[in-house]
Design a protein around this ligand. Structure first.
Ligand code: ASP
Ligand code: MG
Length: 473
């Protein structure tokens, strides 16, 4: 049946023009004989605003919370009116929008009396973004001749009860998708649903965590064994590095799942790494595409990348990091000392990015955060501690570095003018990362890019578009 999942992010549904573009892209797929399942995010910035409304209400600022909500109501109503010209359809849609915002107002009023924002209530509040955007998109699609039908994603994406980061229950999702989506495809209908949201087995609304709509796309794709999962964003795909830093960055045409996940972790924000998993399990390719430039073929993410002449596919950078040096001469040779160090990070819920150890010292990198002084104070009970902020981690990713000699030498000779603090070749063997001062990061990236993407392999990189400057994400 040529099933494909098409997931559109917040910028692809941010206003009537964007939704019109999205409709044209979906209509094109239908005309090409595909059966799409469409997953949409909330309109751009809506999730943030809903969270702000929730936070305001929980601090007793009822008026502020309701004011945010009322601006959101107008934005959604205006979008609906602009997109849906059929009188009857438009008034049904406006009634729906008003009903939802009325109940959201109720929740916020209640919250401003109770003054306690639980993760469960937070999920309920943010869920309105996707619940409403998906209705508007479905109606706009129908108006443009697509046989679209709205499906409440919460009836399909069944999760556990870890609100704000709920874990999907694959078997149940597969069952629900078979019951609720397959009959629609058989009738030539195009289901449209919100990403990010789900429900637990008691029917209480949950969410998959920020940026979770990609995850929904992959879950649906896995459940219906789609032939591809398309992630429509506002960039041309995964690039060899950030084009704002390096204007001659190239689009990567094809990359492996493992490489893409590694890049996502190191801050290439095109994809949520968890997106990858449900697709990997079923060997479904994921395509990253640009809804503002739909004719560009994007980046294809597949399980096994073809061999590439260049060792690296892409260079990512993660900024705002701190480095913590723990010099534990007092603890030398005592067993359990690394465990004690990690317990301190655990206690402060601080994730560690990179670790390097020597005989007496351990250096760790973490995202800069307010807990650092407290962490350092706790660590100083165990050892001597120093920490410094404003660091950046540069990460080169590529499967073709596996087992190759001399790559590290090439990397460090490309950046020999930059002061390198910490080096690690990831346990995954497909990334090489090192730490520099934040102010040196861009220069280091430009030097590395010049060294490794001089003669790019045309089967992997979009060499023709070398000159085209791509807009930032
Ligand atoms: N709207 C949600 C967020 O902004 C989910 C998503 O867009 O992927 O986090
Ligand atoms: Mg997103």
């Amino acid at each position: 049946m040529n099933l494909v999942v098409m997931k559109f992010g917040g910028t692809s549904v941010e206003d009537p023009v964007a939704i019109g573009r999205t409709a044209a892209i979906v209509a094109g797929r239908v005309a090409a004989g595909k059966s799409p399942a469409v997953v949409v995010s909330a309109m751009a910035k809506v999730t943030d605003q809903l969270l702000r409304a929730g936070a305001a209400a929980a601090q007793g600022d009822r008026t502020g919370a309701l004011a945010i909500c009322s601006r959101l109501r107008s934005r959604h109503r205006d979008t609906a009116i602009e997109l849906v010209k059929d009188q009857a359809d438009c008034s049904t849609l406006l009634d729906f929008i008003d009903q939802k915002f009325d109940s959201l107002d109720e929740v916020l009023r209640g919250l401003s009396a109770i003054l306690e924002l639980t993760p469960r209530i937070s999920d309920l509040i943010v869920s309105y973004g996707e619940r409403i955007s998906s209705r508007i998109v479905a109606a706009a699609f129908r108006e443009r001749g697509i046989n679209a039908v709205h499906v409440d994603a919460r009836d399909i994406i069944i999760t556990d009860s870890q609100f704000q980061k709920a874990v999907p229950q694959d078997d149940l999702i597969e069952k629900r998708a078979a019951e609720k989506l397959l009959p629609l495809f058989e009738q030539g209908q195009v289901p449209v649903m919100g990403g990010f949201i789900g429900s637990n087995d008691a029917g209480i609304t949950t969410t998959l965590g920020r940026g979770g709509s990609d995850f929904t796309g992959a879950l649906i794709g896995g459940a219906i064994t789609a032939e591809a999962i398309e992630i429509w964003t506002d960039v041309d795909g995964i690039m060899t590095t950030d084009p704002r830093v390096c204007p001659d960055a190239l689009r990567v045409k094809v990359i492996s799942f493992e490489e893409a996940a590694e890049l996502a972790y190191f801050g290439a924000k095109v994809l949520h790494p968890a997106t990858i998993l449900p697709a990997v399990k079923k060997n479904i390719p994921v395509l990253v595409l640009n809804s503002r430039n739909p004719s560009c073929e994007g980046t294809r993410i597949i399980s096994l990348a073809p061999h590439c002449q260049s060792p690296f596919k892409s260079i990512a950078v993660k900024k705002r990091l701190s480095i913590i040096d723990v010099v534990a001469s007092r603890m030398l040779m005592t067993h359990g000392y690394l465990r004690q160090i990690f317990e301190v990070f655990d206690k402060h819920k601080c994730a560690v990015d990179m670790v390097s150890t020597s005989e007496v010292s351990v250096s760790l990198t973490v995202d800069s955060n307010e807990a650092l002084p407290a962490i350092a104070a706790d660590l100083s009970k165990l050892a001597d501690v120093k920490y410094e902020g404003k660091k950046a981690l540069i990460c080169l990713v590529g499967e073709d570095i596996r087992g190759q000699n001399g790559i590290a030498a090439q990397v460090f000779s490309a950046v020999k003018h930059v002061n390198v603090r910490m080096i690690s070749q990831g346990a995954s063997e497909i990334n090489m990362s090192f730490m520099v001062e934040e102010e040196d990061a861009e220069e280091a990236i430009r030097s590395l890019h010049a060294a490794f993407f001089q003669n790019p392999d045309p089967s992997v990189f979009d060499v023709e578009a070398r000159k085209a400057v791509v807009s930032g994400q």
